[in-house]
Design a protein around this ligand. Structure first.
Ligand code: HEM
Length: 380
């Protein structure tokens, strides 16, 4: 992943410029939620969040409008593809060639060999098509979007020709689109579940939002909204896998409070967010959703590693925060929970329990119990 090339696109200034893309999608989500209220049908809000984040990233990346938010069922196959991809990651991280071979075979043959990865293969092929469309000019961005797109810039912008070869952009598209989808959507789902399960927390947040909105510029410094998001990031982990770092030149010295550990150069070292986020001395009652801890102790910030840290931290962190703030503020400004009704109604969790948000397996992304049907609500 060429961080140098993609970082400017995800800087705070770029994200601010592209904020209308997020607002447009969040408005779409709100209108879908209204539709569920009218129809009285069950809303799997976790799927709606995947549709939201994938529509945002497709627009950012290719200027495309896949409109998953518009689809009646929010395109569950796409969410499934993201899971299939995650489930291959432990293997693919070590040996990638079998998957590359699979995705180069005719679709029917790949399906016959590895039926469990069919949706993932479709996803990779779609990324290749989107890149090809930009390359051969059949994706005329000027008619589709009013803003620059990431892959238009990478392919047509000021990047050396050697960096524009077909394979790299396809892989990058795959990484950016999947990195930008499930992580954000999962964090929104975890926060929604906990807010609807903790009426006192929800009401405090709603009060803060009521006083702040309609001035959306006030969103970012809102302390309780920020605390709710930090606590949601902590319990959704980002990537649950170990993220290795290697110091190529210098010996690393780590002090655990008792002694110095000397880690020779070239040694991969890794840690998972799960272990840090459930370190009880740092986060007491670590399995509970307690936003207040972030207000009581701002030094906790340094232990929040959902986006990882340092020069290789998540490239899309600013976009992720923009989506989290905008979505949660807009939804919970309008809708209440079990003990209150907002101006547009309230959500009621249906057949959804803590087991639907608790990680039971590290499959690169945090996986919950098998058979979970997501976070489901009635809109009343
Ligand atoms: C709550 C939302 C998100 C979380 C928690 C998250 C977390 C992470 C983490 C932990 C990494 C790995 C960093 C490392 O190797 O140390 C990562 C990488 C990355 N993220 Fe995010 N991310 C989120 C949203 C996004 C969004 C919206 C985008 C938008 C495009 C994005 C794009 C990327 C990219 C491009 C990488 C680099 C992948 C690579 O190096 O192969 N992320 N993210």
């Amino acid at each position: 992943m060429r961080y140098g090339a993609i970082n400017p696109f995800f800087s705070k200034a770029s994200v601010r410029r592209l904020q209308p893309v997020i607002h447009e999608r969040v408005d779409q989500l709100l209108s879908r939620i209204k539709g569920f209220k009218v129809s009285g049908k069950l809303l799997t809000i976790s799927l709606a969040y995947v549709a939201l984040s994938s529509d945002v990233i497709a627009d950012y990346s290719f200027g495309q409008r896949p409109q998953r938010l518009e689809q009646e069922d929010f395109d569950p196959a796409y969410a499934q593809a993201m899971h299939e991809q995650a489930a291959t990651m432990h293997f693919n991280n070590q040996i990638y060639w079998p998957f590359r071979l699979l995705s180069s075979l005719p679709h029917w043959l790949a399906l016959a060999i590895a039926p469990n990865t069919s949706l993932y293969i479709n996803f990779v092929l779609d990324c290749a098509k989107s890149i090809e469309a930009i390359k051969n000019g059949s994706c005329d961005l000027s008619t589709k979007t009013s803003h620059p797109t990431l892959f238009h810039e990478l392919l047509e912008g000021d990047v050396p020709d050697s960096e524009k070869s077909m394979n790299q952009p396809v892989q990058e598209a795959q990484v950016v689109v999947s990195a930008g989808t499930e992580t954000t959507a999962w964090c929104l789902s975890v926060i929604t579940f906990h807010l609807l399960s903790n009426p006192t927390i929800l009401e405090r947040l709603r009060k803060e939002l009521e006083e702040a909105i309609p001035d959306l510029n006030k969103l970012v410094p809102l302390p309780y909204l920020t605390a709710c998001i930090q606590e949601g990031l902590r319990l959704s982990y980002g990537l649950s896998t170990r993220l290795p770092r290697v110091s190529p030149v210098d010996l690393m010295v780590f002090n655990d409070g008792k002694k110095d550990w000397h880690i020779p150069r070239g040694t991969p070292t890794s840690m998972t967010s799960y272990l840090i986020h459930h370190n009880e001395p740092i986060f007491p009652k670590s399995h509970e959703y307690i936003p207040q801890r972030w207000i009581d102790d701002p030094r906790l910030d340094k232990y929040l590693i959902s986006f990882s840290k340092g020069t290789r931290q998540c490239a899309g962190i600013n976009l992720a925060y923009a989506e989290l703030y905008t979505t949660l503020a807009n939804i919970f400004r309008r809708y209440g929970g079990p003990e209150s009704t907002g101006p547009e109604g309230r959500f009621e969790l249906i057949e959804t329990t803590k087991l639907d948000v608790e990680m039971v397996a590290d499959m690169f992304l945090p996986f919950v119990k098998k058979g979970s049907r997501g976070i489901r609500v009635f809109v009343k």
